[in-house]
Design a protein around this ligand. Sequence first.
Ligand code: SF4
Length: 196
Amino acid sequence: MVDISRRDLFKITGLTGGGLLASSLGFDLKPVYAASRGLKISNAKEFKTVCPYCAVGCGTIAYVHGSGGLNTVNAVVHVEGDPDSPINGGTLCPKGASQMALAMNPRLEKGPKYRAANATEWQDVDWDFALDWLARKFKDARDETFVERDEQGRTVNRCEGIGWVGSATVNNEDAYFITKTMRSMGLMYIDHQARI
Ligand code: SF4
């Protein structure tokens, strides 16, 4: 039992909130915090993902509520470091710990946008338009810059006019797939941000 005088008790209640008071009185609040977090994520779906912010590529678990059915909205209710990740072992830096704000931001763009040459405004386009445009540009640039033989006549079959840069969330498997695909097109300049 903690030995505390009446005067001390008034001082503590005047200066602190209930949580600190409870700890001052010798109660262990860890189970309470754990239980409140448990309630928050109970029945939520778990998605393993990667922090989108920097090249460290910390593993993350996003907890999502919502059935996805008619008139329901899926919402990320909690994000925490993935304890199974060899990169971060369950930890996140302050920026990574706030990544839920990015996912739930109402200003987050959820579809492709297109700005024609010399235009000043972006316009919303659908994915069919965006992928057709990308495929056309890729093919044209490859045709224009593909080199079959170098100056000494050796076969090189390389595309010198396109580079590929992946995002911070490119993991090992994505990187393998991207590298194989782009190399098969003859690309040499291939990289991505995360080192995971
Ligand atoms: S949690 Fe921090 S260190 Fe880890 S990837 Fe995100 S921004 Fe980088």
